[in-house]
Design a protein around this ligand. Sequence first.
Ligand code: SF4
Length: 210
Amino acid sequence: MADITEEAKEAADLAIALQESEAVHIEVTATDKCNCSCEYCFEQDHCTEHMSEDKQQKIASLLREYCDSMSSSRSPSLYLSFWGGEPFLNFSFIDRVLRETVKHKFVQWHIYTNGLVTDAIDKLVTADYFEEARDRLEVQFSYDGEPHNTQKRKHDGKTTIENAKKLARAGVQVKFKATLSYDMIDKLPQIWESYRDLHEEMSCYETADV
Ligand code: SF4
């Protein structure tokens, strides 16, 4: 497997080469760890490790240096996307990158989460940079509707929905993504109804996209 620092360096080099583009998109795996054990997860036993502190520092530095270099040139928008595992399990890394890039108005962030790490989500909405960042922040929740969400074996979806509402109320752009496995196909009408109910419930939040 390629070293993650090398991958980040390649991504940064590629991004520099694309400076004339309208937008540059960089995906960062904040951690391989996950606190869930979905039956359909293709990562399975790989979801056990954080990257080392040294690598986290190097990636954060590369991103900061890249942003600094972009700010003195024609600046396309930069879209930083955090994936896992469960990225909020390594919130200190996300926090570091947000903190170091928030001053650059061309940067936007995306976090793809199962929505279960409540303490990290609480830290995000109370961070001192949150007001400055929230209009450029999108959080996408992995939520499979009911009853399909029972395949996320360690939870029933309630925590995910509560944390999604919390972020939507705080002004963060919130989205949902369902993974539908073949053996649940007969439950599709119920899953659709649960999504429709969620849409009706959250349509009062301008930032919710259900
Ligand atoms: S939340 Fe995502 S990474 Fe974690 S077990 Fe489920 S599918 Fe895998």
